[in-house]
Design a protein around this ligand. Sequence first.
Ligand code: SIN
Ligand code: MN
Length: 273
Amino acid sequence: MTGGLVILTDQHIESYQRDGFVLVENVVPAEDIGRLRAEAERLFALDHPGRVFEKDGKTVRGVHGCHTTGELFPRLIRLPSLLASAEQLLASKVYVHQCKINAKRALSGDTWPWHQDYIFWEQQDGLREPRVVNVALFLDEADEFNGPLLFVPGSHLQGVIRTERNGSSPDGQAPDWASSLSADLDYALGPEDVARAVGDRGIRSATGPAGSLLFFDSRIVHASGPNMSPVDRTLFLATYNSVENELADVPAPRPEFLAARDNQPLEALHEAL
Ligand code: SIN
Ligand code: MN
């Protein structure tokens, strides 16, 4: 099973361009999701600098850099349903700039405040253009109770909202980059920016079964609430960048597991995951 070669129809692409996101349900089969879910648990238990905890210091919030750890996730980023779709949306060969698994644990997974992604990568990594696409794979069902992603449809068309960096590291001792990953997010949008962005566009949640793929623009205003459900909401997220959009030099490059500088084009996986 290669996950299907072309999954995005013209209608999907139209929705993506208009709304800044599109969800395609049931792309990756349950058997593969089971293996990916088990591998995610293995990575959550591994001591690695890319592993981040919630404010309680013990609940895993996420793992960064999973596209270069173990065997399964490095293969997943090459699955045609993800890779060929990213190439289609960016009209280019691509590589993975950043990759993570967000755990959003049952009854404890914390919020992601309202933000846009592009400003992080522009300011911290030297990303020149928003010629990137986020591809999220639901490793659990996302429903209205377990902290689904929330989007302001069409907000990507308003461009980047220039907000001040919060700059707080979670415990005052963590490295500078850690505050991009915690619930006290760098470049979180203030209440007025959020109100202005929402305007009359409203807010939509991205809910769907495990195995669904969600594509979203790096400039869309998005967030997620706490997980109030007894069920985890595990989300795999790969950010594909066009190979033509090479990172500029920055004074303090973040570790490779947060901002890849190897922009060799990915080749599609032609066998089973
Ligand atoms: C989430 O996992 O809910 C948020 C992910 C993101 O903002 O990139
Ligand atoms: Mn984000």
